[in-house]
Design a protein around this ligand. Structure first.
Ligand SMILES: [Zn+2]
Length: 243
């Protein structure tokens, strides 16, 4: 198995994650890292397992929940009222996504901020250097209506699993239906990186995370890091780990 940081990715969406990885590897040599303590330090907030409230009533800095927070596994409700709150939630999702810049967040689903509704956002144009907000896309109540039989394997990373990645096999193209924040229908076909990003975010709406798709050897490689996330979650007061 090739080490993710040793291989040079060829496509932009994945290149940005690798570039960020290389950058952080350069500034923090793994050999010189001090062991992290699991105690709660200053500036670290405690984990709340309770659903977030007032996430859509005004501009708000939503916190991205980390594995194994239960919000990542809860059912997600269809959006039924297309009012100003839907638009506000989309804006707040982008705010949370753009706040993440090491590596840059390129996609985020509502359950990742503790809001269990079927909304996801992404920007496949975002790079380490530029936000390119014209690439912003919002999908409400999305569905995958067709997908290729052929699959392709590539590395994925997720804002709810900081600083790790893993190889996931997915259909090369998907046809999707959704609505926008105003309830207008969207029908599109995506392939390549955008198909992968769409499928990754869409999975979140069904309580699925990318590590669920890892082959046994890849899962074994990341399991120690997942175990560390679980310990950190519990050390910060989390009571309902959803593995
Ligand atoms: Zn994710």
């Amino acid at each position: 198995m090739t080490s993710p940081s040793a291989s040079a990715p060829t496509r932009p969406g994945l290149a940005l994650r690798a570039a960020a990885r290389a950058r952080s590897a350069g500034t923090k040599p793994p050999g010189k890292k001090r062991p992290r303590r699991l105690s709660v330090g200053f500036g670290q907030s405690m984990v709340s397992d309770a659903p977030v409230t007032d996430y859509d009533t005004g501009p708000k800095e939503l916190t991205i929940v980390k594995y194994p927070h239960p919000a990542l596994r809860r059912p997600n409700a269809l959006v039924e009222n297309f009012d100003e709150k839907v638009r506000q939630l989309a804006d707040n999702l982008f705010t949370a996504m753009y706040k993440e810049d090491d590596p840059p967040g390129i996609g985020l689903a509502a359950p990742q901020v503790g809001v269990n509704v079927r909304m996801m956002v992404y920007n496949p144009l975002r790079t380490v250097e530029a936000e390119n907000r014209e690439g912003n896309k919002v999908f409400v109540n999305p569905q995958i209506v067709a997908r290729s039989e052929d699959k392709e394997e590539d590395y994925e990373a997720c804002l709810s699993f900081p600083k790790i990645d893993g190889q996931v096999s997915r259909p090369i193209w998907v046809e999707i239906e959704a609505v926008d924040v105003d309830g207008n229908p969207i029908r599109e076909r995506f392939e390549g990186d955008e198909a992968r990003v769409f499928q990754h975010e869409f999975d979140h709406l069904d309580g699925v995370v990318y590590v669920d798709h890892l082959e046994a050897d890849e899962r074994k490689r990341v399991q120690p890091k997942l175990d560390k996330f679980i310990m950190e979650y519990e050390a910060r007061g989390g009571k309902e780990p959803a593995l």
